[in-house]
Design a protein around this ligand. Structure first.
Ligand code: ZN
Length: 275
């Protein structure tokens, strides 16, 4: 299984529970992180120097991946910020990468690792983070190109994985959260550091979610891996106002959309693996 995500922490804060579950069940899990996280904010109370944030996050990532039971790969791009961020002007920023070259890097990784299953962000990047969207944009064509012996010939022999998945969040969870926000006087249409995240348009309808993975037995592994990302707040969840046992009972599930092979609306599966 090869998981390709944008930032150091996405592997833990996002689908860390599912990664821990499959790793514990004996699946060889490879985690590729595209950027160095240099444009992230530093959590309140953390003493990381913004200039050295990438170094701090590299160490956090290594520890987190070890806890989850995965093998780490890095794609070596510089972090981009949200829309309008200064970091986006940097020539090494992931969003400024030459798309063909970036696809080639992922084709090579797929051919080296030879996964049966590839997982990445969906086309909305979860919350429209440009790096997440870029990840989707280059991983999807790379997935299809990896099996074609006439493309990227210098990247090794062809390897066609069986399935491509996108990580998604259900709209019903987002609705629950935005309702609670409004009740507490917050504006769900202007969230995030720059107040530029409109929560109300996030999430996927249930009929476009093809797979749910219950990772409650691995809740604590995810929590420990997330805690390693101290510079990013250690994974405090949206639902932190709920007692931990309720967070686990209600939200200990990851959601996936199957991109390849294509499936009809309403299709439901029970496992990331076809066999
Ligand atoms: Zn991210």
């Amino acid at each position: 299984m090869l998981v390709i995500l944008a930032h150091p922490d996405d592997e833990s804060f996002g689908i860390g529970g599912s990664i821990a579950k499959y790793a514990a069940e004996g699946v060889e899990v490879h985690i590729a992180i595209a950027t160095d996280g240099a444009a992230g904010s530093v959590a309140e109370g953390h003493d990381a120097d913004r200039e050295k944030l990438a170094e701090v996050r590299a160490v956090e990532l290594e520890k987190a991946v070890e806890i989850l039971g995965g093998q780490l790969h890095t794609l070596g791009y510089r972090d981009s910020g949200m829309k309008g961020d200064e970091a986006n002007k940097h020539p090494d920023a992931f969003i400024n990468a030459d798309e063909f070259e970036a696809i080639g890097r992922i084709v090579k990784l797929i051919r080296d690792v030879q996964p049966h299953v590839v997982v990445t962000h969906d086309e909305t990047g979860g919350y429209f983070h440009p790096d997440h969207i870029q990840c989707w944009k280059v991983t999807t064509p790379a997935f299809h190109a990896a099996g074609d012996e006439f493309q990227f010939v210098e990247a090794g022999g062809p390897w066609m994985p069986d399935r491509l998945y996108y990580t998604v969040r259900p709209k019903r969870w987002i609705k629950y959260f935005t309702t609670l926000m409004r009740l507490t006087g917050k504006d769900p249409t202007a969230m995030g550091r720059n107040k530029d995240i409109n929560m109300t348009i996030l999430g996927q309808e249930d009929e476009d979610i093809h797979l749910e993975i219950d990772y409650r037995p691995y809740w604590d592994v995810k929590r420990l891996a997330s805690a390693e990302h101290a510079s990013q707040g250690g994974g405090t969840s949206f639902f932190r106002f709920l007692p931990a046992f309720l967070q686990k009972r209600w939200f200990g599930v990851d959601h996936f959309q199957q991109s390849h092979p294509a499936v009809p609306k309403g299709y439901k599966d029970t496992d990331l693996f076809p066999f």
